[in-house]
Design a protein around this ligand. Structure first.
Ligand SMILES: [Ca+2]
Length: 155
């Protein structure tokens, strides 16, 4: 008998992980094709994203992420629900607009964030430097932003 490790919500039905996010509903409620589930599966793990955000806060101070996420990102992201909540939103939000909606960001803050992503996508490292990203951090920041772009964040 096949090993079917993914338990659908409700617990009655289990499916093989190869049927997760394959474009056809297999759970009774179609949860195996849930957009947030399927987006998160392609993104870096939430713990990795959270520790990345923490490391930026540790080296630049608690208000640093204002430069990326805007005015609500002060005080170590507390007004947005904290680092963990932002990491989850980055993992599960299909697009930057979904991300803005989830965290109730101001429209202007979403547009600023988009401009940062576009700059990185276009290879404009000067944009990151102008945000105060240190040379030693450029690689990690670029990798992180590209990973989001490559999984449809700007689509
Ligand atoms: Ca499926």
């Amino acid at each position: 008998m096949a090993y079917e490790p993914f338990r659908c919500p409700g617990g009655e039905v289990c499916i093989s992980i190869q049927y997760l996010c394959d474009g056809a509903p297999d759970c009774p409620d179609g949860y195996d094709e849930n957009p947030r589930l399927c987006t998160a599966a392609k993104r870096p793990p939430v713990e990795e994203t959270a520790s990345f955000l923490q490391s930026l806060l540790a080296s630049h101070g608690p208000n640093y992420l204002e430069k990326l996420f805007g005015t609500k990102a002060r005080n170590a992201l507390k007004p947005l629900g904290g680092v963990e909540a932002v990491a989850v939103a980055l993992s599960e939000s299909q697009t930057i607009d979904d991300f803005g909606d989830t965290l109730h960001l101001l429209r202007s803050d979403v547009e600023h964030l988009r401009s940062v992503f576009m700059a990185v996508e276009n290879g404009d490292i000067g944009m990151l430097k102008s945000l105060g990203i240190k040379d030693s951090e450029l690689g990690d920041v670029k990798f992180f932003l590209e990973k989001l772009v490559n999984t449809g964040f700007l689509d």
